[in-house]
Design a protein around this ligand. Sequence first.
Ligand code: AGP
Length: 610
Amino acid sequence: MCGIVGYVGSKNALEILLGGLRRLEYRGYDSAGYAVQSADGLIIRRCRGRVADLEALDPGDAVKATAGIAHTRWATHGEPSERNAHPQMDSTGRIALVHNGIIENYRALRRELQAQGIEFKSDTDTEVIAQLVGLEVTAGKGLFESVRSALARVQGAYGIAVISTLEPGTMVAARHGSPLVVGVGESEFIVASDVAAIISHTRDVIFLGEGEVVSVGLDGMSSDRTPGLLRDRVETVEWDLAEIEKNGFSHYMLKEIFSQPESLTNAFLGRIDLDEGTAHLGGLGLTPADMNAVQRIIITACGTSWHAALIGKYLIESLARVPVDVEYASEFRYRDFVISPGSIMFVISQSGETADTLAALRACRSRGCRVFGIVNVVGSTIARETDAGVYIHAGPEIGVASTKAFTSQVMVLSLVAMAFGRARGVLSRAQGVELAREIKLIPGKVSKILESSDVIASLAREFTFARNFLYLGRGYNYPVALEGALKLKEISYIHAEGYPAAEMKHGPIALIDEEMPVLVIAVKDAAYDKILSNIQEVRARRGRVLAVATEGDEEISSVSDHVLWVPAAVDPLMPLLTVIPLQLLAYHVATARGCDVDKPRNLAKSVTVE
Ligand code: AGP
């Protein structure tokens, strides 16, 4: 998604703006630009392409500026180009504005403004806001009031930063649906879409609230929410930049795959109770009686998080005996859904900003249903709008393809299932203790699988030119097959399809031939014998079989072309292991194909548009 950086203070604004944009590159974008205040008005530089292309433009006197705004754009309205890049200006050239989000009524506003003689220079929705602000300034209002009046006219999602030639050293920022954070320094402020662009300057931040408008400048900070100084809202961010850097790995994605023993540990640390065989999830604010009263659970999410949700269904129904409905957020939000008595909802989101998931959350809450978050990004919109929730503590996930966040989501869902199962008396203490012990062994087992990365890399080269892939799994591993297929699709651009293994004979088997690699998750679980039959069906049609199998299985090699080994574990925890070789396979195939693994084409890390 788009990235915003704004600075007012006494330092070199351009250095801070461009450095901030580089920290936000991971969000996915196609053009970039900045505007700074100078004695002679605003200096604007914009281009299609990367931040490096923007830096290559002659800055002129921009190097002397101490206030400005900058932007990386992920196109939503208007193709990627210099004219559609941000900042966008008003007709007088006195206002510059950067925006993340979508203005839903921009066409009507554009027509209205054009009828007043305003000439638009871009195809963007954003320019409408800049023109509205410009009209308010022309009418004599100050920048802060002009932005507030302009925003009162727009519908949709925005995070914006605005500067003007009329108020040097002042920047106005506002958010509604798209996150915005204010870094509070010594006599300086940095506004950004997320903390990655801020923490190298200050760790003291204020997360703007929904609908909030603030003005920052040399005289301090004011808000339409809480007039006067906002120091009491300052929070300190713990993330280190090192967590965001690659730490020697060739890609963020590989670093994040290899950090899963640690991120999985962080997901259960302080929450597992080995004595009582349960999990303590204080963030949910649910007593055992509350959990006992729950009649139905709805889990909604998108993409990889939806795959985690589906595993959550299997876990909660098996361990806690609560019916679970798993819903694509983008479908659920528009459906005339029914909330039966005693229902609660979980929303799962790594970024905490996914528009469809946020909308589903709001739709459910509006009908009086309590909603709980399973989120990674602290302070994100979804995290703030749920009634309560559990952070997965996976740390910043920079690679667009989600890996460590997925396994931490599944880990947290395992803890939820355990807590509900023990509270409802369907999971005995002994069973809970055994599961807790197994959970604590998972990070070590993941580390063992990661040792096979080089083996998987050499195998991956065989599939560099594959055109299709089929992923099959049963039970807990059916959602893992879906996730493995998505991983391969989104970073290698090879078409891959995940399927319940038994369903293959109801159609997809027609696809099987010697050109079709079939990955089968065939671990020693309750479905093992059945999955062996599926492998035979594939082999009978000359399909090439890659099996994910349990260490020590002596039968699987005789029916598979390749085997990816994982340690044994109890069935409910197998997804945490079987997904690892699939993540590595996708990564190595994509790198063998020369794909941009961390920033795959057409994808964004956080889909805050609908
Ligand atoms: C993950 O590999 C995908 N890039 C994507 O499907 C992602 O899971 C989806 O957009 C949901 O994102 P969220 O978890 O941040 O809500």
